[in-house]
Design a binder for this molecule. Structure first.
Ligand code: ZN
Length: 413
């Protein structure tokens, strides 16, 4: 079938020489280019390789040659059709480029080198990233699209960071995560937006199905804030009755929340907060897991009950008790006390639960694994920041169900 199709398509792609009236066309240098001859090239299409024969024009003035048909067909300077490159980018967004050759052969009957999958994935990822950048630039100028009024009971914005392994040159000059070691990773910031309408029988919130969209990039918190705001705005942030931002304790998250999502309820992920208590437990009882658990129980209750002020007072008391014998322990516990004090209003868990809100950031943590980790953190992989951002843009576009829109827009252009 493919062979018959390729033969039929080859027939269709035999262009005639131009008639007398169309023998010259403009060259980019301003002079005319004259028709020379029919020239052929092989193009890989979804039906297999086809022969394309089309008019070739040459400019006598600057010696530049051109085949205008190529641009119309979307194959200018390329050896494969838009359909093939779309397949390659889908495969390349899902798996390592070299692993993509086998499904291209198995599912589409096409022999393509890994390099072609890489080139198509990165080129299409770049186009998507540039389109995102243009949209974000409009947000910065406060030129926001009109989003039709809609009924959104609760909208959530979540943020997190995930490390992506990068090539040496893109990690240079950055402190490593392990002291004394050079950095080999960069932080990708990932955000998601979702809505919630109902509760289950036990009164726990249920995320609306298919309501989660993602944005991500290796970039500054400042740039990322605009990216996430652009996404939330497009999803109808202004129409949400209850607005919520959830994150761990990272300072950049709350800076961006204050800047772009003022008035939203801010919630520190309960499970991260508990981790901080476990840290204190570990300082106090480094080698005694039974004692750790015993210490933890009443402290965890205070946290779960949102009684942060008594919790902070208790931590400072404990810190003072160790001041003479173990100054390092005191220092660490005081740091944790500050963390709870700073975030106290973000830890009123009973209040949040009474409103039927999520208090955990599980969705974004799962996203860090499924959106970023599963494709970008496989062993032996090192990315350039540019290449990683192209693949992240491509993956988010597909996960958000906007890949078809992207091709539609390109067709229109
Ligand atoms: Zn010219």
């Amino acid at each position: 079938m493919h062979k018959a199709g390729a033969a039929a398509l080859t027939q269709l792609l035999q262009y005639d020489p131009p008639d007398e009236a169309h023998r010259t066309i403009p060259c980019s240098c301003g002079h005319p280019a004259c028709y020379k001859e029919l020239r052929s090239k092989t193009v890989l299409t979804v039906l297999g390789p086809v022969e394309l024969s089309r008019p070739y024009y040459l400019c006598e003035h600057c010696s530049k040659g051109q085949c205008p048909v190529d641009a119309e067909l979307g194959v200018a300077g390329l050896e494969s059709s838009p359909g093939v490159r779309r397949m390659e980018s889908v495969v390349g967004s899902e798996m390592p480029f070299a692993s993509g050759c086998e499904p291209m052969k198995e599912l589409a009957g096409l022999d393509v080198p890994a390099k072609a999958i890489e080139r198509a994935s990165e080129a299409i990822g770049l186009q998507i990233a540039l389109r995102d950048t243009r949209e974000i630039a409009r947000t910065k100028q406060l030129v926001l699209p009109v989003v039709p009024k809609q009924n959104i009971p609760k909208m959530y914005v979540l943020m997190d960071g995930v490390q992506v392994p990068v090539v040496r040159k893109d990690a240079e000059g950055r402190a490593g995560r392990t002291e004394g070691q050079p950095a080999r990773t960069r932080e990708c910031k990932l955000g998601c937006v979702f809505t919630q309408t109902t509760l289950d029988k036990e009164g726990r919130p249920i995320r609306d199905s298919d309501s989660t969209t993602y944005v991500g990039a290796i970039e500054t918190a400042e740039e990322f804030g605009f990216r996430l705001y652009t996404e939330a705005w497009g999803r109808g942030w202004q129409w949400a009755t209850i607005k919520v931002v959830i994150g761990d304790g990272a300072i950049w998250i709350w800076n961006q929340a204050d800047r772009h999502f003022p008035g939203a309820i801010q919630i520190v992920d309960l499970y991260h907060a508990r981790e901080h208590l476990w840290e204190v437990a570990a300082w106090l009882h480094p080698n005694d897991s039974a004692a750790k658990k015993l210490w933890m129980a009443p402290m965890k209750d205070l946290l779960d009950e949102g009684k942060i002020e008594p919790l902070v007072a208790k931590l400072r008391e404990i810190a003072a008790d160790h001041a003479l014998a173990q100054p390092k322990v005191t220092e660490e516990i005081l740091k944790e006390a500050d963390y709870f004090e700073t975030n106290a209003t973000r830890m009123r868990y009973p209040q949040f639960r009474a409103q039927g809100l999520f208090v955990g950031s599980g969705v974004i943590e799962a996203g860090c694994k499924s959106v970023i980790g599963s494709r970008l953190k496989q062993s032996g992989m090192f990315w350039t920041v540019r290449g990683a951002n192209e693949i992240i843009a491509l993956r988010c576009c597909r996960l958000n169900g906007r890949f078809e829109d992207f091709w539609e827009e390109n067709r229109a252009a």
